[in-house]
Ligand binder design. Structure first.
Ligand SMILES: [Zn+2]
Ligand SMILES: [Zn+2]
Length: 295
């Protein structure tokens, strides 16, 4: 089965109280690859931020013959409103049953350590054949064996499925990219996606994008897939921070040319970080005023 992105993602609702969206949308990209999106209506409010949250992150489940990788666990802790562990369990059991094989073990890692990508971790505690790379630079470096961080690369084998893992800090200091040699998908988390690319550490981010570009120059990439959508389907226009309803979203997938465009822009900007709007993403140094919705 060839990979496909023929999907309309759930994208929030004008009124979450009457939304019929599932808490987690599951899209089967190919036989062994699932892309999941958390609903904007599934997330709990807090005293400081009442009502649903807005992150609606994407999560990736890549299944090999001996192991599966879940990259990211979403933005909510509660299984009652966001049943990520039971959803992944059902997918793995269903996949194994269809093949008449035992269920593979599950490895959980994260694109990076921000709360909207790790909040579901605790739901997996105590589940058999499941291990979690604890979020944070020290544990990520140690688990993947990347002592020269942010330099160096490593690969992990899911069984007939090799993944390359490379450090790409800059949005967050433990950020990784994952490349799947089977599907040629490049998973870029919050470092590159159709939205506001928040750069916490500018020079570190620029060097990460340059290394990623070098990798892409040497390896075929089908799609560049990040962890959020914040752009609309109109060039340069985004939904703004905190939007709960995103009709006419940009598609999830970007391409290698977007990485080229990003690196070119970073080089032009140089060492004086500034916001820079593009058709499919907005480069945004952390701490600057939020850019207007329209170009
Ligand atoms: Zn982030
Ligand atoms: Zn995020």
């Amino acid at each position: 089965m060839a990979g496909n992105l023929n999907v309309t993602w759930i994208h929030g609702a004008p009124n979450c109280a009457i939304s019929t969206d599932p808490p987690i949308q599951i899209h089967r990209f190919d036989d062994d690859t699932f892309i999941l999106r958390q609903s904007k209506c599934s997330e709990p409010g807090t005293a400081a931020h009442p009502g649903p949250s807005y992150e609606a992150p994407f999560m990736y489940l890549l299944i090999g013959t001996t192991k599966a990788l879940l990259l990211d666990t979403g933005a909510s802790q509660s299984p009652a409103i966001f049943p990520i562990a039971s959803t992944i369990g059902k997918l793995l059991h269903g996949h194994a049953n269809a093949l008449g094989q035992p269920t593979v073990s599950l490895l959980i890692a994260h694109s990076h350590s921000h709360g909207d990508h790790v909040a579901g971790d605790d739901q997996f505690l105590g589940i058999a054949n499941t291990s979690i790379v604890a979020p944070g630079l020290a544990t990520v470096k140690a688990f993947f064996g990347l002592p020269r961080w942010p330099y160096g690369m490593t690969s992990i084998d899911l069984g007939n499925r090799l993944l390359d893992v490379m450090p790409i800090p800059g949005h967050e200091d433990s950020h990784i990219a994952v490349y799947d040699r089977n599907t040629k998908l490049l998973l870029t988390g919050d470092t590159l996606y159709p939205g506001l690319l928040v750069v916490e550490d500018w020079p570190v981010y620029v060097r990460s994008i340059a290394r990623l570009k070098t990798f892409v120059d040497a390896n075929p990439v089908s799609f560049v897939l990040g962890a959020h959508i914040e752009m609309t389907n109109q060039p340069g226009k985004w939904f703004g921070l905190g939007s709960l309803f995103q009709p006419k979203e940009h598609v999830l997938q970007l391409e290698p040319r977007h990485l080229v465009e990003l690196l070119d822009a970073l080089v032009v900007i140089g060492s004086h970080p500034r916001t820079d709007r593009h058709a499919d993403f907005i480069i945004y140094p952390a701490g600057q005023p939020s850019p207007p919705l329209h170009p």
